[in-house]
Unconditional design. Structure first.
Length: 640
């Protein structure tokens, strides 16, 4: 009795809605029917729902076959997608245009099980005169919603027959079929998600530029990526039958370390590839079950070169200077730069000579960046700054246990680190004689051997050496090997001191003034013409490095430039002849006076233009007694 009353409640609500929609009880056909391309698009959109529901529609139809029923599937808007059934009732339904493309929602055809389910959201029956439209009074409809895994309405399953065949069990059968369709949709969606996740993981793992192999504790290989196949030289069918201990030297150590709760990170191991033996870096990670018990181990193999390339990026082993950052218009210097560009791509060794501060490393970096090795490491080592007993290990590296205090696992030397790129040997004239022999052999053979090791390691390194010594004279003195000198001096580059390119001094000062003032967030200082002339005449024994430091000193100082020049360099500067006194103080006094007059004796403005503080300007005015030159009305300000 209660179920009948609740049933009548949804029928009552539906009829009220139909009145508000303006549905006529004498209506026969649905207000909305689509066909052709529009229907094809809708069927294609609901293809998964149709293919999932069809077996269940056919199954429930088999139960009622010959009893005058049709099974109908609609989408979430009530559009009929599929209809099957007995020929007699199917023909009647077609005569009422209940065909694919017809909409069975309440707005289109009034109260019916399919349309009312879309509103009420629950399984229900509509029989006889419960249908709002008289043409449907002959039928009984049982329908249930089909929902997506997320709960959204996907469609409606309906079983329609003659009203005299109404039975409550019909609705239960339809509801059970709709629930089964929902479950199958959920399983399909879950399988799709699993397939996507599998493809996603495989894509990600294969995209990692490393060989990844997973094995159980007995060494049986479980999974592997394409890079692992390439490293070891086996195809997919072969590698899964190989025990992982046969692929590299050190499986027992990896397993024991992880079982002890310790990690393995970037340790070098010998890999037994199909055709040869290679050096790789291995990292290993544990896979635990739900109880925290170690079940499998993931081994990640990286080519040692690639590991070093990553280290270069992290440690900044990269040349930053290029030829466009080398400033100068001196004719001889420009020719030198052009020559350096021409030889940049050569494999031959370059020897850069020149006084301290002429920019030898800058040239070395620019040559590297101009060459085909620009994306490879640029490794610099100062042969004069490393203790004699450590220079061999720095250049050639050492193996595990080579000497007391040696790092566990060994350490690659600068030759190995620079493999594929450029090794810059600065202050090569300071290298000990015994090391010069080993360096010569490494350069000539292209092979190095670590301290404590016996395995030769081939390296492809372009050598650029630099020195401020006269190596020919050092050879004569017996301080430098003649054979090494000739091996290094294949392409000589002599960088001229700044005194040989004085026409570049104003250009360099301007360049450093702009660059350093930006870095220090300070205002550039304008250098008077007479002072610039003096600076140009100065010999600059520290070369460009000294000039750069001087510019930074000028920017940071609140003093006037002539005084800075006099104090810092003790220069004897010849000034313009029209000045009253050919001294630095006279030049400074004249300059301050001009600025004061230009600013109408406004102390704040004049100090700003001079690039000094107000108090400094007051001291200068007092020093040069400039208050006496001021107009009378300004005297009180000067004396303040």
């Amino acid at each position: 009795m209660e179920s009948f009353a609740s049933c009548r409640e949804y029928i009552k609500r539906s009829h009220e809605r139909c009145k508000s929609y303006g549905i006529s009880r004498d209506q026969v056909y649905s207000r909305k029917i689509i066909s052709g391309e529009e229907l094809e698009k809708r069927l294609d959109k609901n293809r998964e729902l149709i293919t999932t529901a069809m077996p269940f529609m056919e199954q429930i139809y088999e139960f009622v076959k010959g009893s005058g029923f049709i099974a109908i599937l609609t989408d979430n808007e009530g559009c009929i997608l599929k209809i099957i059934g007995d020929e007699r009732i199917l023909s009647e339904a077609i005569s009422l245009k209940m065909v694919p493309g017809a909409f069975m929602d309440e707005r289109s055809i009034g109260t019916n099980a399919m349309g009312t389910v879309l509103v009420e959201g629950m399984p229900l029956q509509v029989s006889g005169d419960e249908h709002y439209i008289k043409a449907y009074h002959r039928w009984t409809c049982s329908a249930a919603p089909i929902r997506e895994p997320g709960g959204e309405m996907a469609g409606v399953l309906d079983l329609t027959g003659y009203s005299e065949h109404v039975h409550s069990h019909t609705l239960g059968m339809v509801a059970a079929a709709a629930s089964a369709i929902e479950n199958l949709l959920q399983i399909k969606r879950f399988n799709e998600q699993l397939a996507f996740a599998k493809n996603q993981i495989e894509t990600v793992v294969n995209a990692i530029p490393a060989g990844i192999v997973t094995a159980d504790l007995f060494g049986k290989i479980k999974t592997f990526n394409k890079h692992a196949q390439e490293i070891f030289g086996y195809d997919a069918d072969e590698i899964k039958w190989i025990n992982i201990r046969d692929l590299f030297d050190g499986w027992s150590k990896v397993k024991s370390q992880l079982m002890a709760g310790k990690g393995i990170y970037d340790e070098e191991v010998d890999v037994f590839a199909r055709k040869n033996r290679l050096k790789y870096s291995i990292s290993a990670y544990p896979i635990h079950d739900g109880q925290g018990i170690l079940k499998e181990i993931v081994c990640v193999f990286k080519e040692v070169k690639n590991v070093r390339k990553m280290a270069h990026k992290i440690l900044g082993m990269k040349a930053v200077y290029t030829f466009d950052k080398i400033i100068g218009k001196n004719e001889q210097f420009v020719r030198l730069v052009e020559y350096a560009k021409k030889v940049a791509n050569s494999r031959s060794t370059i020897l850069i000579t020149g006084e301290s501060g002429t920019g030898k490393e800058l040239f070395a970096q620019a040559i590297h960046n101009e060459s085909a090795r620009r994306d490879e490491p640029f490794v610099a080592i100062n042969c004069g700054a490393i203790p004699r007993e450590l220079i061999e290990s720095e250049l050639f590296g050492y193996d595990d246990g080579a000497f007391t205090g040696a790092r566990r696992g060994g350490k690659p030397g600068k030759f190995e680190i620079a493999d594929g790129g450029t090794l810059f040997l600065d202050e090569i004239g300071e290298m000990p004689l015994d090391m010069q022999v080993k360096l010569l052999r490494a350069i000539e053979d292209g092979v190095v051997t670590r301290i404590g090791g016996s395995r030769p390691i081939p390296v492809d390194v372009r050598i650029i050496a630099a020195t401020n010594k006269d190596l020919e004279q050092e050879v004569r003195k017996g301080n430098f090997r003649k054979d090494l000198y000739y091996r290094l001096n294949v392409i000589p580059l002599r960088l001229p001191p700044l005194r040989e390119r004085k026409d570049d001094i104003p250009i360099l000062i301007d360049y450093f003034m702009k660059r350093i003032s930006r870095r220090l967030n300070k205002k550039p200082v304008e250098i008077p013409e007479n002072i610039m002339k003096a600076l140009t005449e100065y010999n600059w024994p520290g070369n460009i490095r000294e000039l750069e430091n001087f510019v930074e000193f000028v920017i940071n100082s609140e003093g006037i430039i002539p005084v800075l020049v006099e104090e810092k360099f003790s220069m004897n500067i010849t000034l313009d002849r029209d000045l009253p006194n050919n001294s630095l103080e006279a030049a400074e006094k004249e300059h301050i006076l001009r600025v004061l007059e230009h600013n109408g004796w406004n102390i704040t403005s004049a100090a700003r233009d001079l690039g000094i503080g107000r108090n400094t300007l007051y001291r200068k005015i007092k020093k040069y007694n400039l208050g006496r030159c001021a107009k009378k009305e300004h005297c009180s300000i000067m004396e303040h």
